[in-house]
Structures are given as C-alpha cells and as structure tokens.
Design a protein around this ligand. Sequence first.
Ligand code: TK8
Length: 351
Amino acid sequence: MKKNLLLIFALLLLSVFVAACGNGKSDTAEGNTDVASADAATDNGETKKLRISLGLNDKTPLYKSSEKFKELVEEKTDTLNVEIYHSGQIADDRSAIEMLQFGTLEITIPSTAPFTSFVPEYGVFDLPFTLTNTDIVDKVLQGEVGDALAEKASEQGVKQLAWWENGFRQLTNSKRAVEKIDDLQGLKVRTMENDIHLGAWKAMGANPTPMAFTELFTAMQQKTVDGQENPYPTILLEKYPEVQKYLTETNHIYSPFIFLISQKTWDGLTEEEQKIVESAALEAGEHNRQLSRETAKSALDELKEQMQYNKVSDSELEKFKEAVQPVIEKHKGSIGEEFVDQYLDAIKGAE
Ligand code: TK8
C-alpha cells in the first residue's frame, strides 16, 4: 500500500514539473523565431526591445534611415533598445507584417504593394503612371490620402507611423534592351506579390511572376526570371548588375515604404515612449526621403557605367500607358472606386 502511495506521489510530482517547463514555444507567425519570439521583446525587464525587419541590405537608404531612427530613439530614452535586421534575416515583407499582427515582431518597413493583401486601398500606389514626380508624391502622402490610409492600417493590428521612400521603379533584365512595348513580349518579369503589378505587366505583354523580394536575386542568378523592377538605389546596392545586363528607365510606378509598428507593441509603450518613437519615425522619414533621392541620382550615374541603359521615349511610353489602362479600370473596383477618385483628385490638386 505504502509503495503505491509513494508511486502516485512521484508521478504527481513529475507531471507538475513537466507542466511548469512547457514547450517554451510562443505561437508566432512564419519567420525566424530565433530573433523574433515574443519573449525576446524585453531584454532584462528594464528595457523594451524594438526589432526592425528590413528586406533591403545594410548599404541602402532604408537601412541608413533605420539607423537614424535608432539614434533618435536611443538618445531620448534608455528604456527602448532598437535592433535592425536587414536583407530579410527575420522574414520577407508579407511574413513580417503578419508577425506584427501576432505581436512576435515589433517594426517592419515594407513596400506598400505586399501590404495591399491586408489593406486593399494601398493599391492606389500600384496604379501605373499615376504619381509622376516627388513634389506631387510629397503633397499626396502628407495630405488627406496619406492620413486616410494610415487610419485604415490600424484596423489590421498594425500602426503606420510614417511614410518613407522606396522610389520610382525601373525595369532591368538579362535578355534584351527594352526600347518599345513589343520588346516586353514574353519577358519573364518578377513582380511584387500584388495583383495589380501582375495584371499591368501581363497587359504590357510580359510574362510576370510574383515573388518575395528575398528570393529575387537567386531567381535572376538562376535565370528563373529574366528581369525585375525596382528603384535605382536597390538595383545598384543589391548588386543587380552582376545578374542583369539591361536597364530601362520607365518610372512606371512610385513605391512608398511604410513604417509599421505592431499595435501590440505600441500598446505596451508608455505615452512618453510612444511620442519618442513616433517623432523619430517621422524625422527619420524626412532623412530617408532626402537620402533616397540623392542616392537615386548617384546610383543612376553608376548604373550607366555597369549596364546597358536606355530611357523609353515619351511617345513609346504612351503605348505602355494605353496597355495598362484596362488594368487601372479593373482594379478601381478592388481598391474602392471612391478612394481611387480621391487619390486621383489629390494628384490633380497637387500638379
Ligand atoms: C524590400 C521590398 C522591395 C520591393 C520589392 O523589403 O519587393 O521589389 O521594392 O524594396 O519591399
């Protein structure tokens, strides 16, 4: 009898011990949980860790402006510690956004295109040839359209603190110079994961493939895609001339970057910390736009030395614009007719 009681007591003790250990895994969205598990969000109880996941590498204006953000935050408080992870070390754009929704990552700064899966209205920026210069861009983003979009983001468990800049997108490929729309026929162009980009390149005669940015360089190296489209700083600093021969200036789309923080993270900050983080994101955003524009100019000069460059003539570009018109009409519905009209009116008002 005594033996049985001892055995039951030992088993009880064991079960309590196992339950206390747990599996140590937190439910996280896809992504590299080595650096992005929720428990890592606080260092040693005193400081809160803000990890920033970036897709681009540490040579780009995006990374350098993230360092500026870190500097601005850490000079104002010692309760926040900013860590920057570049080149998709933690996750690609879409996965990083999902991790913010889960609260297993604090900050990411993606292009708007992949964000349209969460908030379709951001698709206005994917309507080709609508934003045509940086003056108009600044007026539209800093005006009511920009504010309305940031408002909609908060319905998805993420808070947009600022508009940063990716830039005007240009085409590169390894096959041939693209002087006219017919040169696009059958060209395997990688696009961001966004239906409007896919539809637009199809309408222009290319053979587009949506793909996460983290897979792009390898896909070009292995020739699974012929080409891609990104702003000059990305093309140069991500070393695309190593795997692409032709550079075609099209300015077909202006891509913003959006500074997103997890709502869960935001709610865990004190009011003082929220003020510091928001003002740092805005100030580093101004730094980013300036650096992005300076870098785009110098990058083009360097790329002209390394690639076969051409600019599509205005008359030929009209054929590109004509080809994508039906795509714009079609996606007015998926984005929201009213909001697209508000966006196009804001552009007219800024001209
Ligand atoms: C980087 C991406 C990139 C974008 C793309 O995370 O995917 O081509 O232009 O800048 O957001």
